[in-house]
Design a protein around this ligand. Structure first.
Ligand SMILES: C[S@@+](CC[C@H](N)C(=O)[O-])C[C@H]1O[C@@H](n2cnc3c(N)ncnc32)[C@H](O)[C@@H]1O
Length: 276
């Protein structure tokens, strides 16, 4: 008890390196998760796709020491950063496990709660991940996901599709539609639950907006390049990239001029399933 009274802030480079770097992109989804999640004592918790440690570390702090938390992610460098945070924040109840959620290194019926913030769209085999979650969860254990939904950035994708139409790139239009649909809806994600041993208890939908000056600012934003650009390039023949992106950027800039900027809608959901 009261061990926190001896806390002494150490202003060193290692600590500052792990301080306040959460991407704005992840934050609204994490806040949605933290708003609706049921906090109980003595839980064994897994965060799937814990990356650099969000919302794992925040959840560990909010649940406190009676709960034990594990972050599962195959991404080596992100895990290193997460481990540094465990050290900096002096968290004795968190561990990082470098592996895929397709094979969770726990026995059957050993975990009470699994969370995943922005994980599901990144899993190559979501059905397998859901099956594994069902296996390791206790009966009535919960799997809670937050994710962006189909309809994500519809303003951008409408202009993208329009640009492809203008250039007569029918094959690329079909690929763009498939790319948008991989995000799923509350219904398709609920089916992943019910196909793999869960019932859906609750879901909440919200949306937020991201505003950019215009298409040029958007396409050059470092996080857009890091997180999305490659997935768009892969939809298009490499010898047509310059032609397509030039028109797309121009059309986005015209759209922004006419609409007072480029405001993109992000629909998101919190979905909680319970192991049957
Ligand atoms: C968009 S990031 C989200 C990271 C973090 N949860 C956040 O909210 O910022 C998706 C994460 O899922 C991880 N991932 C992808 N496939 C995975 C798998 N099969 N098992 C566990 N994690 C996986 C990626 O390495 C990445 O860290």
């Amino acid at each position: 008890m009261t061990e926190y009274l001896s806390y002494d802030f150490k202003d060193d480079a290692e600590f500052i390196n792990t301080f306040d770097e959460l991407p704005l992109w992840s934050a609204p989804f994490g806040l949605l998760l933290l708003k609706h999640i049921q906090l109980l004592p003595n839980l064994n918790v897994i965060d799937i796709g814990s990356g650099a440690g969000f919302p794992l570390m925040e959840l560990a702090g909010r649940l406190g020491k009676s709960c034990k938390l594990y972050g599962i992610d195959p991404w080596i460098n992100a895990n290193k950063r997460a481990m540094q945070k465990i050290k900096s924040y002096d968290l004795s109840n968190v561990e990082i496990m470098e592996c895929s959620a397709e094979q969770i290194p726990f026995g059957d019926n050993t975990i009470d709660l699994i969370v995943s913030n922005l994980g599901i769209n990144n899993f190559d085999k979501p059905n397998l991940v859901f099956k594994e979650c069902c296996r390791v969860l206790n009966p009535k254990g919960k799997l809670v996901l937050t994710t962006n939904l189909n309809g994500h950035w519809k303003e951008f994708y409408n202009v993208f599709e329009e640009s492809l139409k203008q250039l007569g790139k029918d094959e690329s239009i079909n690929k763009l539609k498939e790319h948008q649909e991989h995000r799923g809806s509350v219904e398709s994600i609920s089916k992943l639950y019910t196909d793999n041993g869960f019932k859906v208890n609750r879901h909440f939908e919200e949306h937020f907006e991201m505003k950019f000056l215009n298409g040029s600012a958007f396409l050059n934003h470092h996080f857009i390049k890091l997180g999305w650009l490659n997935s768009w390039r892969e939809l298009l023949p490499s010898n047509e990239l310059v032609e397509i992106f030039s028109l797309l950027e121009q059309n986005l800039n015209d759209y922004s001029q006419n609409n007072g900027g480029l405001t993109l809608t992000v629909p998101m959901a919190f979905i909680e399933g319970e192991k049957i």
